[in-house]
Ligand binder design. Structure first.
Ligand code: ADP
Ligand code: MG
Length: 388
């Protein structure tokens, strides 16, 4: 039990028991990629993999954080000193949450925090949001804020976590990751409306249909990621400005051709085409899921991948290989998921085919001389909460 491991690790390092253990899930996005910062739609599920925080408040104003993932060393920072430069590194994701809650006007004391996690780190499965959200969940309970008890409160916690990641950890991500980690419901995907902040729960229980969602962590590392992400965002913002809309969400798919005709540059047109058609694919995917039309879900996955690869140009050799191999092996659909340039792909496969498709993808990576990928089937897990 990872919750017990977090408590034990805390005890070992701090010499006393924590006040409690809280956890939060990583996520995988079914469809709706690079749409969140365009005010669009996304459809993530929470993973069964989670990050666990064992926490005890301190009365000296210091935050002392350790993590198995980071080797167990304790990072110490005074809450009043937290900035984008301090404490820096991985602990800034934790300190950022403290900072955001403090900035909202809450009185926040210090704390000892020990973390364990089974979310793959840097795999595009949002270990960063899992980390922020388990810490925010602990703060809500330990400060008596009661925000875990209703969806509005959870949305507020998610906003603090996003602020932590944007301002203190310095990653300019949209709000999808924190929203799903805080607001997921087991066996459901969440249709996130990134313009209104609204969430609609969509039943997502593949086991009942003898299907599985296979995640392929490509373990690919490409240096381009941050700069390319920022460049895509800028390109969308500029396109929205020249079309006279607040965000590309305001371009309906029926008005796409008109919008494209008003954009001079071919690359910008391709970026806009991805965003507008991708938002439409999310809507169609929700309709297909509600109707039980899994073949259509698979087709939409493939169309999403093609659009991300050719129009948005954020795929890479490893992601394409994972997707193509899964499709060759009879997957109903497959696509890259997350920001791109590495990270993970997903494939919708028959339950009986999980092993075979995983083996074929691994074999294809070996043959291509690539690092061995991680392949595992996932179900939609629950949101952040208290474990012990
Ligand atoms: P992703 O969220 O896709 O896993 P990110 O680059 O957004 O990738 O976040 C990964 C970073 O988050 C790590 O490099 C590390 O700084 C931090 N991190 C995530 N989980 C943990 C953890 N359990 N312990 C320590 N740091 C973590
Ligand atoms: Mg992340």
């Amino acid at each position: 039990m990872p919750a017990a491991a977090a408590a034990e690790g805390f005890h070992r390092l701090r010499g006393s028991a924590p006040e409690g253990v809280w956890s939060a899930p990583g996520r995988v996005n079914l469809i709706g990629e690079h749409t969140d910062y365009n005010g669009g739609l996304a459809l993530p599920i929470a993973l069964p993999q989670r990050t666990y925080a064992a926490v005890r408040l301190r009365d000296d104003g210091h935050l002392r954080v350790s993590s198995d993932v980071a080797g167990g060393d304790v990072v110490d920072v005074a809450v009043a000193d937290i900035t984008p430069d301090l404490p820096g590194g991985w602990a800034s994701y934790v300190a950022g949450v403290w900072w955001a809650v403090h900035r909202s006007g809450q009185d926040v004391p210090g704390a000892d925090v020990h973390l364990v996690s089974d979310v793959p780190v840097g795999a595009g499965l949002s270990s960063s949001a899992a980390l922020e959200c388990c810490v925010a969940a602990s703060l809500s309970d330990l400060l008596g804020l009661g925000l875990l008890e209703h969806d509005d409160g959870r949305a507020r916690l998610a906003a603090w976590c996003q602020e932590a990641e944007n301002v203190i950890a310095g990653a300019p991500t949209g709000g999808m990751d924190q929203a799903i980690s805080m607001r997921a419901i087991e066996a459901h995907a969440a249709l996130l409306d990134c313009r209104s902040g609204g969430v609609e729960q969509v039943p997502f229980d593949l086991t009942a249909r003898a299907l599985a969602l296979l995640v392929v962590d490509t373990r690919a590392e490409h240096a381009l990621v941050d700069g390319q992400y920022a460049a895509r965002r800028r390109s969308c913002e500029r396109a929205a400005a020249s079309l006279g809309v607040a965000t590309l969400r305001d371009v309906p798919v029926t008005g796409l051709d008109d919008a494209l005709a008003r954009l001079g540059d071919a690359v910008t047109r391709a970026r806009v085409r991805h965003v507008v058609t991708e938002i439409d694919r999310v809507t169609r995917c929700v309709t297909a899921l509600r109707a039980g039309d899994v073949d259509e879900v698979g087709r939409l996955f493939v169309a999403s991948h093609t659009s991300l690869r050719d129009d948005y140009e954020v795929s890479c050799r490893e992601l394409d290989l994972a997707v193509d191999t899964a499709l060759d092996q009879g997957a109903l659909g497959a696509r890259m998921t997350g920001g791109g340039f590495g990270g993970s792909a997903i494939a919708l496969v028959r339950s009986d085919d999980v092993e075979r498709v995983s083996a074929a993808v691994t074999e294809a990576f070996n043959r291509a001389g690539l690092r061995e990928p991680g392949c595992f089937a996932v179900t939609a897990g629950p949101a952040a909460g208290r474990d012990a």
